[in-house]
Structure formats: C-alpha cells, structure tokens
Design a protein around this ligand. Sequence first.
Ligand code: 5AD
Ligand code: SF4
Length: 482
Amino acid sequence: MFEGIELDKIDISANPPAEEPVRQYYFMAKCRRWVMDFEYKNGRLPKACVTTFGCQMNARDSEKLVGILRQVGYEVTEEENADFVIFNTCTVRDNANQRVYGRLGELKSYKKRNPAMKIALCGCMMQEPAVIEKLCASYRFVDLIFGTHNIFKFAELLCRSFEGQGMIVDIWEDTDQIVEELPVERKYPFKSGINIMFGCNNFCSYCIVPYVRGRERSREPEDILREIRRLAADGVVEIMLLGQNVNSYGKNLKEPMSFAGLLREVEKIEGVERIRFMTSHPKDLSDELIQVMKESRKICRHLHLPLQSGSTRILERMNRRYTKEQYVALAEKIRREIPDIAITTDIIVGFPGETMEDVEETIDVIRRVKYDNAFTFIYSKRTGTPAAAMEDQVPEKQVKEGFERVLKVVQDTARAQVARYQGQTAEVLVEEINAQDEGLLTGRMSNNTLVHFPGPPELIGRIVLVALDKCQGFYYMGRMVL
Ligand code: 5AD
Ligand code: SF4
C-alpha cells in the first residue's frame, strides 16, 4: 500500500491528479463511494470474483486486481455468480483462449439473472486485435476490457464503468511505464511472487508473449528490495522472483545490474528463508548465477530451464539461440556444481517441420538431463508469430505419437529423479491442508517436490523437518521429525 494515502481523506470532488500512483488512489476513493451506495441500497456489500488463467505472472497480476477490489470495499469470492467478475486471460496456447470463450458463455447466463452484474476481461488475450474484434462483435454483454500494459489503471477503468453504460475497451500497444506502490492482496500469507521485470525481447518463433507483453522492462532494484522487505516484515518466508526471462534482468536499467547481483541483495533480507525464480532462458544463464546459487543458503534447489526441443535444427527454427549440445553441457555443468538441484523444463512437440527423428533428439536430452519434472505441450499455432507462417505444419497423428513418446520418457525419468531422496530428511515449507485427506498437511521441499504428512494446520507457513518415508510417483509421504 502506498504509504501516507488514506482513501477517506481524498477529495473526490476535485479533478483527478495526473501523476501515478496517486491518480489511481483517487479513483479507488471514487469507487469506494459507489460500493458504499451499493451497500446502502442492497443491505450487503457487492461481491467480486477474479478468475486467473495462465502463468505465475498472471497469478501475481490477479493479486493486484484483488488488492484494488478489496481497497474499494468489495467482498472477494471464488464464485463466478458475483456482482463483478473479471477474467485475467492467457493466450500462450489456443486452448487457453477457447476456455475463456466457454466460460464467458456461463457468465452470460449469470448476467441474465442479475442484469446489474459487471463482466470484465483483461490479460494477454486482450492484446490480440482479432480477440477484441470477436468480443466487440459477439460478446456485447462484456462491460470492460483492458490489456496487460494498462492493468495499473484498473481502478480508473472500474470507476468509468460505474459511471457509464456500454462496453469500455482500453488497450495499449506497448508501454515503458512501471507504476509502483499499488495495493496487492496475496493469496498465501507466507509466500509471494514479485515481478522483477515485464515483457520479453526474445521472439522465439512460436511464442506470442513478446507481442502481448511488450518489450523487456526491469524494475529498479530498490523498488524490488523495498517490496520484499515489506513482505518479509509481513510474514512472507518464500518469495518467487518473476519474469519471462529473469537471466536478462537489469540489462537496460540506468545503472545495469545482473540477475545474480539482484539475488545477492535479496539474499541479505532478513526473514526471507527461501528464494525461487522463474523463468530462465538457457542462452542467458551465467556462471555468476550458478555460483550465487551454489553459495546461497536461501535460493531453492530448483531451476526451471525450458528446453522446448532437443533438436538443434528445430531449435534454430524456434529462434532459441542455443544448440542441443550447448543446452546439455549447461545442464551438466549445473548438476556438477549443484548436485542436489532439481531441473525442470518445458517441451513443445509438433513445431512446424518436426520429424520423429527430431522428437528422438528431444528424448535423448530428457534421458541425459534427467528432468525432475517437465511440462510437455503440443505446439499451438499463434497468429502473428513467425512459426504460424511456416508451411510444414505437422500432421495431428504424428504430433500425438511424438507427444505420447515424450510424455512416457519424461514420466519415467521424473519418477526416478524424485525418488532419489527416499529415506532422507528434508526441510519442507507447509503450504496447506491436504485436499484429499484433512489429517494431512502438504508442503514443498526446496527442490519443489511435494510432501504429504500428518500434522496440525497451525504449521501452515512454517518450515519443518520431514522424513521422506515413501516416494509415490512424483511426491512423498512423510513424517515430521523434531
Ligand atoms: N505452442 C505450444 N507451447 C507454447 N509455449 C509457448 N508458446 C507455445 C505455443 N505456441 C510453451 C513454451 C513455454 C511455455 C510457457 O509455453 O514451452 O516455455
Ligand atoms: Fe516466449 Fe521465448 Fe520470451 Fe519465453 S523467452 S516468453 S518462450 S519468446
């Protein structure tokens, strides 16, 4: 929260201030007035629901949306039959888009029953002109649409939607602005994501992210460190530094700083026990980073290192700027330097021009690197990316066959990797009550492996020692030791 601003003291009869973030606090104060009117008329607070699609970045953005909704007085619920519903969308693969359209159909039926309901859409999918055209033509019941670059303006847009009628669409093509000090409400009290940079400059040929998230912009280290200090003071023990390509953090700052340099500073913050980060591009992973990880007590033993393909020919067409050999050599170096690290990855099957020989190359890398986990995706054609224009799209049958072969090998190696720690004792951050069995707690090892064990809910948010009694596929059943 921006220190020194109290919403009740803002004069909303004055003109809105021009500078940020005070401008947004002015609009929050205005929205709060509207919420109070609603409460007076209906005898209850209005309810808001934020639904997130996609990655950790979107999850963090949603926490910002929730922060503002709470500030203005909404009761936040997980039920989509609410007075205000916002979908924070993803567009990295087409099935993410299709799910949004499907769920919008459900919202339409809620709105029929509650015509005062407001529906909003934001996030990556909204940065695609074809999506906006479709929404404007066939989804007129949506009240508010904005994109990734102006999410900081949410309070202002919300206010406009209270004051006016009809669909509001506000999409920016790009921005170099980073607005600090807006409210955020964390989903978990004990862990938090922190954006360290926005956007991506890599233009992998299949990927839509650079088009919808814009050019790379790093936050100032002081802003990041201040946010983490505050989080630590508020009880956060685990932080996840977020960026599309954290290894190129800080290159364009007025006073450049490397990602490894930033990690060294974060490490010094008292109260922070665990540091994670996501995502690393292999081409930019420095020896300095490996060294910092090796020496650190707090940086978790986990590295997510997207491979995408194990075929040098395909990697070149993907514009990944490393070869199979370079990737394997990097993974081997990391394993040599930090033997207890878990390496996870992303793999795409069915990229244009991919043959079964190329798939075999990918499988060869999986066997050599021995991933602890891998997310395997079927290639999805994204309009506007270079790969979408490539002629040799792979037939569906071949894609399926390749996908299943990759999945099988990934599962076999992951199972063996995860089982490496059976019989040992590990520090586990307790995250929640087990979803299937209320008597059990679920937590995570430093290397990100899940562990279930009996214990009281009071331990949630604490780091405890657990004996890893039995590996069951991709997780452990354990027992607390003290
Ligand atoms: N099709 C399939 N998977 C994709 N990814 C990104 N773009 C596409 C696409 N067009 C995957 C990559 C990336 C992860 C976040 O999503 O593997 O690492
Ligand atoms: Fe997409 Fe490549 Fe950027 Fe990752 S590094 S967001 S895959 S363009």
